[in-house]
Design a binder for this molecule. Structure first.
Ligand SMILES: [Zn+2]
Ligand SMILES: [Zn+2]
Length: 277
């Protein structure tokens, strides 16, 4: 999880792009580690290579208002170029590598709090295409420096993912456990269709008195009264119909006294002793 966080933070720091409106082309670039980050609105301006010093290692006369300096790597450090261009009125700096195809993140070990404009790095292929395009046009080329929407993850989103993901996993585990418990519980119950087929008879107190003492329902502990509906289970035990139906369909599919499974179809109901049913 920590590795994921670091990767996402890395992506949020380095990826950006330069969009050229006249050709509708987008060049991927990499934001510097110093200076302000590009806002979601991006930075729009005229991208111009300063003719006085294409490396940007010295002050130049601003070629335009709202201009973005397109510079070549080399001659001085990245931070020096950005400082000079900031003093020369540029609103952003794009530094391209004329020789190497590799990507780097521009960095400075010095204090960079004075840098007020964003800067990005272009690898060789992207830089050459952009430079070629700017030289093809007679007028200054309008470009937009923008953070890459596809891979830029604002910090708050990253934190939400890091915090919410484990919670989602725990919720899924809990839901799965509950579903399994529910299935197991249902296996312990008797279907209503099976219970409703078990024999039933109306209790007659007069008949019962002839044999022995009064009997009671082992579930509710109430004595049977004349007219009570009793359910006879395959094991010959009987209870109030309402009591045992509820027991079998919501608690357990076994007889409360002898634990016989009422859904076992091999059991044939036996007749009760004479006088009860
Ligand atoms: Zn009962
Ligand atoms: Zn029984």
């Amino acid at each position: 999880m920590n590795i994921l966080l670091l990767c996402l933070l890395y992506l949020s720091l380095v990826h950006a792009s330069t969009h050229v409106t006249i050709s509708n082309e987008t060049f991927h670039d990499r934001a510097a580690s110093f200076g302000p980050k590009l806002s979601s609105n991006g930075k729009i301006g005229f991208m111009i290579e300063p003719a006085q010093d294409p490396t940007g290692c010295s002050l130049v006369t601003p070629p335009s208002t709202d201009w973005i300096a397109l510079l070549s790597r080399g001659g001085c450090s990245f931070i020096t170029k950005v400082r000079y261009m900031q003093k020369s009125g540029a609103i952003a700096v794009v530094i391209g590598d004329p020789n190497n195809p590799g990507w780097i993140t521009m960095y400075s070990p010095d204090d960079t709090t004075d840098i007020m404009i964003p800067s990005v790095f272009l690898a060789r292929n992207e830089y050459r295409k952009l430079l070629h395009l700017s030289k093809l046009l007679n007028t200054p080329m309008v470009a937009i420096l923008q953070p890459d929407e596809n891979v830029t993850w604002p910090l708050i989103d990253v934190l939400i993912i890091v915090i919410v993901s484990p919670c989602l996993v725990l919720i899924l585990i809990y839901a799965s456990w509950k579903a399994r418990q529910s299935i197991l519980h249902k296996r312990e119950l008797a279907p209503i269709s099976v219970v409703s087929k078990l024999n039933i008879k109306v209790f007659d107190l007069q008949e019962q008195k002839e044999h022995e003492e009064r009997e009671s329902c082992a579930i509710c502990l109430e004595d049977y009264e004349s007219g009570n509906e009793l359910r006879l289970l395959p094991c010959n035990h009987y209870y109030h119909s309402m009591c045992v139906d509820l027991w079998l369909t919501t608690k357990k599919k076994c007889c409360p006294i002898c634990k016989m499974d009422v859904t076992n179809t091999e059991v044939t109901p036996l007749l009760l002793e004479a006088g009860i049913f």
